[in-house]
Design a protein around this ligand. Structure first.
Ligand code: PRP
Length: 217
């Protein structure tokens, strides 16, 4: 039996993924060690490998088949636009992609004005403004602390993730429009889905049972 390889998103998503996998009897204790600098972990008994990657790289590993399976946020899947199968909503990491800004920017979204939009997600922002709203905007790519942009006058609005809403509140910004809901998803390489059909289907079905149990309580 060959190894089935998982690419997990470093950080909170990886730890929640490990919690979920544990519930279906898949463990990888070694991976829990926060002090370890190790990047790849093996469960010899189940013939599974796990590695940790930066979120935006997970779809890349999966598209090229370096990983059979990935766990990554829907935001990253949409932004990266890789060829892969999105097979399951894992339920955790729930948040929303939103257009945010000061309340005063709300009217700028209705009058088809040329505004600047700062974001870590230029493809999602482009798709939303160009294809859904048919508003021509200038997209400015940033790499973090996106909320700064409208405060210091770099842009009128931002497209960013809102989870609890604290970052917005503490910086005098509000949600102006919702782009889409987000959560962690399981993705599968298109060839692996055929070659390892049985193992992957079994895994999906076990995970579905646990995830749906979790949401029905
Ligand atoms: C994310 C996001 C928001 C914040 C939203 O940033 O970009 O800034 O979390 O969470 P909240 O609604 O619970 O406040 P992250 O912490 O990942 O860091 P970043 O600014 O470097 O993107």
């Amino acid at each position: 039996m060959r190894y089935l390889t998982f690419a997990l998103t470093k950080g909170r998503l990886a730890s929640k993924t490990l919690d979920l996998l544990e519930q279906v009897g898949i463990t990888c204790e070694e991976m829990r060690d926060k002090n370890s600098r190790k990047l790849i972990f093996v469960n010899e008994e189940l013939k599974l490998k796990f590695f940790l990657a930066k979120g935006p790289d997970v779809p890349t590993y999966v598209e090229y088949g370096a990983a059979d399976i990935g766990v990554v946020g829907k935001d990253t899947i949409m932004e990266e636009g890789r060829k892969l199968y999105e097979v399951m909503d894992l339920g955790f990491g729930a948040c929303r992609m939103c257009v945010c800004g000061p309340e005063s920017a709300r009217e700028l979204l209705h009058n088809n004005q040329l505004i600047r939009v700062a974001t870590k997600y230029p493809n999602i922002a482009k798709d939303y403004f160009y294809n859904k709203k048919h508003q021509t905007v200038e997209i400015i790519k940033l790499n973090g602390s996106i909320e700064l942009a409208p405060i210091v006058g770099l842009s009128e609005v931002i497209v960013d993730i809102v989870e609890t809403g604290s970052t917005l509140r503490e910086n005098g910004l509000v949600v102006l429009e919702e782009v889409c809901p987000l959560s962690a998803r399981m993705v599968v390489n298109q060839v692996s889905m055929k070659m390892e059909d049985e193992r992957i289907r079994k895994l999906i079905s076990m995970l579905r049972n646990v995830v749906s149990e979790g949401t029905s309580h």
